[in-house]
Design a protein around this ligand. Structure first.
Ligand SMILES: *Cc1c(COP(=O)(O)O)cnc(C)c1O
Ligand SMILES: [Zn+2]
Length: 475
């Protein structure tokens, strides 16, 4: 635990505090502390607010007036321009690198692939963030909190994007040193290159993501390093704003569905919290349904929620099926395995918060294969803005839910595309390649058998006539 020099009592009167999500515990802590779980009961913590003390606008459209203040970095940020809805730090102390300038796009070609009526499918491109993934929404909030606490070092375990984001914030602001933990082998080059290029201390441990996660928690505690993994409740505060921007782009109308890939379940948890608070504050009257999509090679949430019936249950989560399933994975040596490396996680740390979000948003969980993910990804890319494999799980999941009739063709659906296309060019090139060996090595060996939506390069001899003939044949 890291503490500020200030006495706690002086902070108790603040409008923000931390609260254990376990209703039978509900212990509170002030925002001058950082815990990775409730010291009393071990559950996760929320950042909570005494909204009566906050300057919350009467209606969401009031945020539009702030657009005219874009010269102020706080109001330029797609996260902090909603400061009134995550007021845990004074405005003059927030850290920003201009995150959250993202785009909600109507995507009819992808909508057709999913099985939606024209105009009903929207893609929220979070890959447009400074480090190329939605993680920046949360990282600016975590670094703001770390800086308030006077932290000089911040650490995370990462499948890649959290470390890229942490590395970027640390180097761009020079506020603290980034230390990142990665498992061996699985990180994509796009992401690793960012962490190295931005100068983070990069610790590669012999193990997978789940191993790295356990270690970083231990080490952060031991050395008093600020931990920015999504067990950090402040990060999730920033991630709420993805939903604020979605609502804004839809002119403050609630869509029918939000579809999001599920890895460590920080995003789905943050989205649920965003809607709970907006509802509580009377800023929306309808809540969208939430669909969280696992890769079939990393489907713990699906297994627990859909097969074993684990529910939030007003906070009284039945822990036995979770323990049993964890034991089952241990006994059989089951390790997460998917080409969608950003969601290759078998022990999602935000499981309980996600269950809460699923309950509040009448949510569903599905799993999709790597084949389905890559086909959906090719469709997204063909629409002009690409995404990384994990992101396309949302589109593949929407397609599945449409096929099942859970999503209606007339529903308004938002799929969150969590990361940029260039994060993982290896998989993209292997999907479109004409080289069978490349395909086999990267995708075939992982169970992907075909590339139905591939856009293959055409091979032509270096002869003018042949080149002209080939072009006229295809375009
Ligand atoms: C981190 C990440 C995810 C998983 O998000 P969670 O909040 O951990 O569920 C999905 N896609 C991308 C691109 C990511 O970087
Ligand atoms: Zn507790």
């Amino acid at each position: 635990m890291i503490q500020t020099a200030q006495p706690h009592s002086s902070m108790r009167t603040n409008l923000a505090y931390q609260r254990c999500i376990n209703p039978t515990c509900a212990a509170t802590y002030d925002t001058g502390e950082l815990h990775t779980s409730c010291p009393k009961c071990g559950y996760l913590l929320d950042v909570s607010y005494d909204w009566d003390k906050a300057a919350v606008p009467d209606k969401l459209s009031d945020f539009e007036a702030m657009w005219s203040q874009r010269f102020n970095p706080v109001r330029f940020s797609g996260v902090w321009r909603f400061h009134e809805l995550l007021p845990f730090a004074p405005q003059e102390r927030v850290v920003t690198v201009g995150e959250g300038q993202t785009l909600l796009q109507q995507a009819d070609a992808v909508g057709k692939f999913v099985g939606m009526n024209a105009g009903q499918l929207h893609l929220q491109y979070e890959g447009m963030n400074p480090s190329g993934s939605f993680k920046d929404n949360g990282m600016c909030a975590a670094i703001t909190h770390a800086n308030l606490l006077g932290a000089k070092r911040a650490a995370c375990a990462s499948t890649g994007n959290t470390s890229a984001s942490l590395a970027l914030y640390c180097s761009a602001t020079q506020l603290m040193k980034a230390i990142i933990f990665i498992g061996s082998g699985k990180i994509s080059y796009g992401k690793l290159s960012q962490a190295l290029d931005y100068g983070a201390l990069t610790v590669q441990i012999a193990g997978d993501f789940d191993d790295a996660m356990i270690r970083v928690r231990e080490i952060a505690q031991r050395l008093g390093i600020y931990l920015v993994n999504s067990v950090n409740p402040f990060r999730l505060e920033g991630q709420k704003t993805i939903m604020f921007r979605v609502l804004e782009a839809l002119r403050w109308e609630t869509p029918d569905w939000i579809v999001v890939p599920g890895g460590n379940l920080g995003n789905s948890s943050a989205f649920g919290k965003a809607f709970m608070e907006l509802k509580q504050l009377g800023l929306i009257d309808r809540v969208p349904r939430l669909a969280v999509i696992n890769a079939s090679g990393a489907d713990t949430l699906y297994e627990l929620h859909e097969r074993r019936g684990v529910r939030w249950n007003g906070g009284h989560v039945d822990l036995d099926p979770i323990r049993e399933y964890n034991d089952h994975m241990d006994r059989h040596g089951i390790k997460a395995d998917t080409l969608a490396s950003a969601i290759e996680i078998n022990r999602p740390v935000n499981l309980k918060k996600c269950l809460r979000a699923l309950e509040f948003c009448e949510g569903v969980v599905r799993q999709v294969s790597d084949q389905e993910i890559l086909d959906a990804k090719a469709k997204v890319g063909a629409g002009g803005f690409g995404c990384e494999p994990a992101s396309a799980a949302s589109v593949a999941g929407a397609k599945l839910l449409r096929r099942e009739g859970v999503i209606a063709p007339s529903d308004r659906v938002v799929c969150v595309l969590t990361g940029h296309e260039l994060k993982d060019p290896t998989v993209t090139v292997a999907y479109h390649t004409t080289d069978q060996e490349v395909f086999q090595k990267t995708l075939g060996s992982r169970g992907v058998t075909k590339a139905s939506h591939a856009n293959k390069a055409i091979a032509v001899p270096n002869e003018l006539d042949d080149i002209i003939k080939a072009i006229q044949l295809y375009a």
